[in-house]
Design a protein around this ligand. Structure first.
Ligand code: NAG
Length: 258
């Protein structure tokens, strides 16, 4: 027979393990805090705010989780992957999908392209492009070097010839050089132009390119010349995340000075 005291201890242990969360850890009262806002202790996508002297429970916008007052991307809420907001907590709300969006708010991969992705804001998707030979990295939620992007190792630019040259829009002196499926932006040597037919730098004129009227500048002057951009790479939309640190995607060779 189990002694009564042991039975009671077991019961207490059971209650401690399975009792309501309030017993384990107290929900902080937002009205007792300076910020008047505190995260819910059980759900990372909920928070309490002191409204008219009383705590009220709120949900973060769908897809976001509580980060703290004046933090995150909107209403004190942030993308869940930006920090360990949800460690030891659950999300109360299921995803509300919208076109191209798994949740109303978030950053999501493109259905058919490795160089594009979607940013979703309240269910409205905006297509974003990765420029300069970068690909969208699902894990980092940003553009990244192809070698870091699982499943999209080879850039679509280089599909036809993993080691060939590809014209860059209408550019007469810049082109993509594919190296094992990875594109690198290159520039023809001074006084030569890129020939779209032979896919090589040749002495002008060609069908599309006259003799350059202005000598190319010494710097890797990439952003100039809108109409030279390949359509896929032009018009960097607002809100595109910055390139990865140090990942200037354009290893332009310094031209030899004579
Ligand atoms: C989000 O969209 C819904 C309907 O499309 C709209 O009613 C609501 O006001 C929007 N919310 C915000 C914060 O923009």
């Amino acid at each position: 027979m189990v002694p009564q005291s042991l039975y009671l201890s077991l019961l207490v242990l059971f209650l401690a393990a399975h009792g309501s969360h309030a017993q384990k850890q107290q929900q902080e009262d937002p009205c007792q805090t300076k910020s008047r806002v505190v995260g819910d202790i059980e759900y990372c996508d909920r928070y309490w705010e002191c409204v008219n002297g009383r705590p009220e429970l709120f949900d973060c916008p769908n897809g976001l989780v509580f980060a703290g007052k004046h933090r995150g991307v909107t209403e004190g809420c942030d993308y869940p992957w930006r920090a360990n907001y949800c460690d030891g907590k659950r999300q109360a709300n299921p995803p509300i999908p919208a076109e191209h969006c798994d949740w109303l708010y978030g950053i999501f991969g493109h259905e058919t392209s490795c160089t594009r992705y979607w940013t979703c804001w309240n269910g409205t998707a905006t297509e974003q492009l990765c420029i300069g030979g970068l690909l969208y990295n699902e894990r980092a939620r940003s553009c990244d070097w192809p070698e870091n992007v699982e499943g999209c190792q080879k850039h679509p630019l280089c599909n036809d010839d993993a080691n060939g040259n590809v014209p860059l829009g209408k550019s007469c002196n810049r082109y993509w050089q594919c190296q094992g499926g990875y594109p690198r932006l290159q520039r023809c040597p001074a006084m030569l132009v890129f020939d779209r037919r032979s896919l090589r730098c040749v002495v002008p004129p060609t069908e599309d390119c006259d003799v350059p009227t202005t000598p190319p500048s010494l710097e890797g002057d990439l952003p100039e010349g809108r109409n030279e951009q390949e359509p896929e790479e032009e018009n960097l939309p607002p809100g595109v995340p910055p390139l990865p640190a140090g990942a200037l995607p354009i290893p332009l060779r310094a031209r030899p000075r004579n």
